[in-house]
Write a protein that binds this ligand. Structure first.
Ligand code: S3P
Ligand code: PEP
Length: 493
């Protein structure tokens, strides 16, 4: 039985009727004041899970939690972005390894960052975390972590699993790193082999995925040849650990390197912590051994450019204007290029060093594009949904890495876009999206999210198609953006 297979749920704000009411395609249910749980006519148990805000309520339908995004006629206003996930986890790690104390400001509060924070504490790093203030004070170890044993559970956080695997090889002790079921399907063998070439005793499972077992005795250093085509996080992890090797390290990319801007971000942050990386055209990297990071004293995390993409896309689709504050033309995040792609599709964009505004002029339409997305794998998911609102088809290329992220994103996105009425061609490493006939998105759709925050956030934009959309398991956004649906509903007009 498909527990969630009974049409759509629309929430009417409590101020209009009862605490909440639920409508579906065939039947209409109105729930009386203070009712928290009831059965639908088909016998599904519907539970009010939480009322995040008057406009945004999470329901559990037959065991599956959902949120319904109301029809978005216009998305407009200003959003202060949460901190960048990629920067938050890198800065926490570098602060922990550095000499001196670092105050990390505007730290992202989310699952992925919690896994990093908890892991560091377990490894003996002194961490003072004030979640309300979005601040963490990290007392750097001035070398490898003090702990000599540890079993780390890292959920599905690639930015914790991969860099910690490398950093734990620097110390002395025995460690196991593991995560959720999907993490056990996400590759790490290339990193493990890269570390073995530098003298580490580290193994992963026969499938090439976590759990990872480490018998650490420090890194010898030398030359390592590593693949860059599955994930750039392997290279970033090797780079961040390299300065603590006994000897100099040379990292050579054996094939193609994807997601290059994330490597630039790693190198830039290492520079902020006092370490220089020799970079020969992103093919060979040289790092002197026997060094130590030095704390910059404080670091302010800029707003997350991938999180910005959903709102900016909403502005482009509906007309906006919408402004995101926290990252702009000064950003060191690669996903900022997403905004240039929106512009290419027909949106109007204006920049300040720390903000971006997107709108679409009256009479202007968005046009489909053919885009190489090798450098923006995360924001490319947002483009897949923007494609529903463009004239002509959109091809997103060089996105094989979608298959090894939170879910197989190529398969999942294709399936859900088809539910919305699009025709989709799914290749091994590309997707071509033909918007629904007459630009009309299918009504009353419930989309699945596959435990993938970006599936939930990008698909929520389908509500710009003149009809509410129900999103299953909305709390999967907690991986990087816990308040996503509250922020989105706040900006809907
Ligand atoms: O280094 C990083 O912070 C990241 C790199 C990218 O992964 P890949 O390098 O695996 O594409 C990106 O998708 C991920 O969300 C964050
Ligand atoms: C791929 C992602 O995450 P991770 O850091 O777990 O790889 C993502 O956030 O889209």
């Amino acid at each position: 039985m498909k527990e969630h297979g009974f049409g759509f749920v629309t929430l009417i704000p409590p101020k209009l009727t009862a605490p909440f009411s639920v409508r579906r395609t065939l039947h209409c249910l109105t729930v009386r004041r203070n009712v928290r749980q009831f059965h639908s006519r088909k016998g599904f148990l519907i539970t009010l899970v939480s009322q995040q805000s008057p406009e945004c309520t999470y329901l559990k339908i037959g065991g599956i939690e959902t949120v319904t995004v109301p029809e978005i006629n216009n998305l407009t206003g200003t959003l202060v972005l949460p901190g960048s996930k990629s920067l938050s986890n890198r800065v926490l790690l570098l602060s922990a390894l550095a000499k001196g104390t670092t105050l990390v400001e505007n730290l992202l509060e989310s699952e992925d960052v919690s896994y990093m924070l908890e892991a560091l504490k377990l490894l003996g790093v002194k961490v003072e975390y004030e979640s309300k203030e979005k601040k963490a004070r990290i007392e750097g170890c001035g070398g490898p972590f003090p702990a000599s044993t540890g079993e780390l559970f890292l959920g599905n956080a690639g930015t914790a699993m991969r860099p910690l695997t490398a950093a734990l090889c620097l110390g002395d002790g025995e460690f196991v790193l593991d995560g959720v079921k999907r993490m056990r399907e996400r590759p790490i063998a290339d990193l493990v082999q890269g570390l073995q070439q530098l003298g580490a005793q580290v193994t992963c499972s026969d499938t090439g995925c976590p759990p990872v077992h480490i018998k650490a005795k420090g890194l010898r250093g030398g030359k390592t040849i590593v693949s860059g085509k599955m994930s750039s996080q392997f290279l970033s992890s090797l780079l961040m650990a390299a300065p603590y090797s006994k000897n100099d390290v040379v990292i050579e990319i054996q094939d193609e390197l994807i997601s290059v801007p994330y490597v630039s971000m790693t190198i830039e942050l290492m520079r902020r912590f006092g370490v220089t990386v020799g970079n020969e055209d992103y093919r060979v990297f040289r790092i002197a051994g026997n060094q130590c990071y030095s704390s910059p004293g404080s670091y302010f995390v800029e707003g997350d450019a991938s999180s910005a993409s959903y709102f900016l896309a909403g502005g482009a689709i509906t007309g906006g204007p919408i402004t995101v504050e926290g990252c702009g033309s000064d950003s060191i995040q690669g996903d900022i290029r997403f905004v240039h792609v929106l512009e290419k599709m027909g949106a109007t964009v204006s920049w300040t060093p720390h903000s971006i505004t997107v709108s679409r002029g009256k009479g202007k339409v968005l046009e489909g594009i053919d885009e190489d997305c090798i450098d923006i794998p995360d924001a490319a998911m947002t483009l897949a949904v923007v494609a529903l609102f463009a004239e002509g088809h959109t091809a997103l290329r060089n996105i094989y890495s979608w298959r090894v992220k939170e879910t197989d994103r190529l398969a999942a996105m294709s399936k859900e876009l088809m539910k919305l009425g699009a025709a989709v061609m799914e290749g091994q490493d590309y997707i071509v999206i033909y918007p629904p006939g007459g630009g009309k998105i299918r009504k009353n759709v419930t989309v699945s999210t596959y435990n993938d925050h970006r599936m939930a956030m990008s698909l929520s934009l389908a509500a710009c198609g003149g009809c509410p959309i129900t999103i299953e398991d909305p709390k999967c956004t907690w991986k990087t953006f816990p308040s996503y649906f509250e922020e989105l509903t706040r900006l809907i007009r």
